[in-house]
Design a protein around this ligand. Structure first.
Ligand SMILES: [Zn+2]
Length: 611
């Protein structure tokens, strides 16, 4: 993941922060007044002042957050919360003031930065201070409920999400899986009241800033005409659905062979607790149950890394060389001095891998607890994708120092990850021999269990929330609507009957914490589209899944053109810079998985697919 700048979680209102932080503007933010037309020069001055102050606050916030993540103590948490509250207060304030300039005719770069300021938040607080306070309280309570969630099947025996997830990943006992799955959802049932109220309050705040509802505000980040975005999602999902259906059919067949038709009936949705993941969104953990029989084993990168005596630093250096081979400058000395590469022995740190640009200039870092594994080797390439992206746009005005929409940053990291192929590993001396073509299906199936299985889930989370925010899904139908979508898109079913006494959407972090989700769907489509265009530029011949752009300065040049644009232009122009097309297209993803698709179709012969 990338640590996005600015950090947006919840728009804490300034008034709510009075005890912990200074507000950027002690007077109540001016509301849009009809008929009052501030001059264009005033807008220009306003945006420059906003950038200067937010840049400063963001840097302070990043420093506090970095220490809080790499040195977890009571004090660092308090300091980080204060810095974050200060930044969010200022962002809310500026977003509201930016709305004043909405109807003015302004130069492109002023207009665009004002709009970015206005759409920069995730939850908008209503102007009424009591309501903003209430929204902030509810939002943090929901996230805390999730974070502290435990299932206690008996007195003194409690399991947290990590422990329950381990059961879902490793257990092959349907009863034990069911208990863990149901257990985690006892945590989310009590969230329903808070979530319902949060929806009402956030909608009120969004409407005050001129959005139809919160879903409308979230979609505005994609700069598409109203309602075009859901149509775009449908179109792209329609492209990949046959591939997903083939994977679903194959996996269901293998699970039925393992668990029996009683547990996994044919032509029905799959029980959601059998797929190795708490949300059935990533099926990698059941690879052993579904791996092709009688196919050559996948090469062992874990063993190769250990055999060659790689250290964590050498793994990162290898990743850096990938980017240097594309024509990028080596990373600054401070990157090596200030990053966290290994888990310290003497203190707690947040190990989840992330890429940071502390000052949005050259203070680039990654934070990881690197193990000498193939997974971490991949992740390093992904994180460095963020790092080089962050550096490529650091010359732009501060509000432009980001990807053109939230999907591009993740897509770029994953695009680089797709180039970590056996051919690349051979060229850098990590594997001696290329695995035979007969093992391609194994490799592709492993990728598909993560990336193809994820697609319908990535669509339905925000399909559900857009419906909730617009009122199409009323509170009395929250859970029913959730399961209707999960059945329709994913073809999964709960292991036990659910009712409106449950609140299963809240069992997913991004719902409890109000983090938009559709970016992950687009990122999964885009990474293949970018990969294919870069491979063409690199002169790759042959199947797409064997392409690496390692060593291609031409591909690097093409990529850099997009990266240097940051968020200064709408995303179709960024996409065009790499692919020549302004339209997202899943055809490259289908091409990448084409050999697997053929194989799946052969395996599925005689099976009744669908649900
Ligand atoms: Zn990432």
């Amino acid at each position: 993941m990338v640590r996005m700048v600015p950090v947006l979680v919840v728009a804490l209102p300034c008034g709510a922060l009075a005890l912990t932080a200074a507000c950027s503007d002690p007077s109540p933010p001016p509301r849009p007044r009809p008929g009052s037309q501030p001059a264009a020069e005033e807008a220009q001055r306003f945006i420059e002042q906003a950038e200067s102050e937010l840049h400063e606050l963001s840097t302070q916030n990043n420093r506090a957050a970095w220490v809080a993540s790499t040195y977890i103590t009571v004090d660092t948490q308090v300091l980080a919360a204060a810095a974050s509250a200060k930044l969010l207060g200022a962002q809310t304030d500026y977003a509201e003031r930016a709305a004043r300039y909405r109807d003015l005719d302004l130069p492109y770069d002023v207009r665009r930065r004002l709009d970015l300021l206005r759409t920069s938040l995730t939850l908008y607080a209503p102007a009424d201070p009591a309501k903003t306070q209430e929204l902030a309280t509810i939002a943090s309570r929901l996230e805390a409920t999730y974070g502290a969630g435990k299932y206690c099947p008996s007195a003194g025996q409690c399991l947290d999400l990590q422990e329950l997830s381990r059961i879902i990943a490793k257990s092959r006992d349907p009863e034990e899986l069911k208990r863990a799955w149901v257990g985690w959802r006892t945590v989310s049932a009590p969230m329903r009241g808070d979530f319902t109220r949060l929806t009402a309050l956030a909608n009120e705040g969004a409407r005050e800033l001129g959005f139809k509802d919160t879903g409308d505000a979230w979609r505005a980040k994609y700069e598409m005409p109203l309602e075009a975005l859901p149509r775009e999602v449908d179109r792209l999902f329609g492209q990949v659905k046959p591939l997903y259906d083939a994977l679903h059919c194959y996996v269901r067949g293998r699970l039925a062979a393992r668990y029996g038709e009683d547990v996994v009936p044919g032509a029905r949705p799959i029980r959601a607790d059998l797929l190795g993941d708490m949300w059935a969104q990533d099926w990698s953990n059941i690879h052993d149950l579904v791996a092709p029989e009688g196919v050559a084993p996948i090469y062992d990168l874990d063993a190769a890394l250990r055999a060659k005596g790689f250290t964590p630093i050498e793994m990162v250096k290898t990743g850096e060389r990938f980017f240097v081979s594309l024509g990028f400058e080596p990373l600054p000395a401070t990157f090596w001095e200030r990053s966290l590469f290994v888990k310290p022995a003497d203190r707690d740190v947040v190990c989840h891998a992330s890429a940071w640009n502390i000052d949005d200039e050259e203070d680039l870092r990654i934070k990881m607890c690197i193990d000498i594994t193939a997974d971490d080797f991949q992740t390093i390439h992904h994180e460095l994708g963020h790092t080089f992206y962050q550096r490529a746009y650091n010359h732009l005005p501060w509000l432009y120092r980001d990807s053109p929409n939230p999907a591009f940053h993740e897509a770029l990291g994953d695009t680089i990850g797709l180039s970590v192929t056996p051919a690349y590993l051979q060229r850098i001396g990590l594997v001696d021999e290329l695995p035979p073509p007969s093992s391609d299906v194994s490799l592709l199936l492993r990728d598909a269990l993560a990336k193809v299985a994820f697609l319908p889930f990535a669509v339905l989370v925000d399909r559900w929330r857009w419906g909730v925010f617009s009122g199409d899904i009323p509170p009395a139908e929250y859970n029913k609507a959730w399961w209707d979508l999960r059945r329709r898109y994913q073809g999964v079913t709960p292991p036990v009957p659910r009712s409106e006494a449950d609140f299963d959407p809240g069992a997913k972090y991004h719902v409890a914490a109000s983090v938009p989700y559709i970016r992950y769907f687009f990122a999964h489509i885009l990474q293949f589209q970018l990969h294919r265009a870069l491979c063409e530029e690199a002169g790759h011949k042959g199947p797409l899944h064997r392409c690496t752009i390692y060593g291609s300065e031409q591909a690097g040049e093409r990529l850099r053109r997009m990266m240097e644009m940051g968020r200064s232009r709408p995303w179709p122009e960024a996409l065009e810079a790499v692919t020549g097309s302004r339209r997202m297209d899943a055809a490259a993803m289908l091409a990448y998985f084409a050999p697997l698709r053929g194989w799946l179709d052969r395996q599925n012969r005689g099976r009744k697919c669908g649900w």
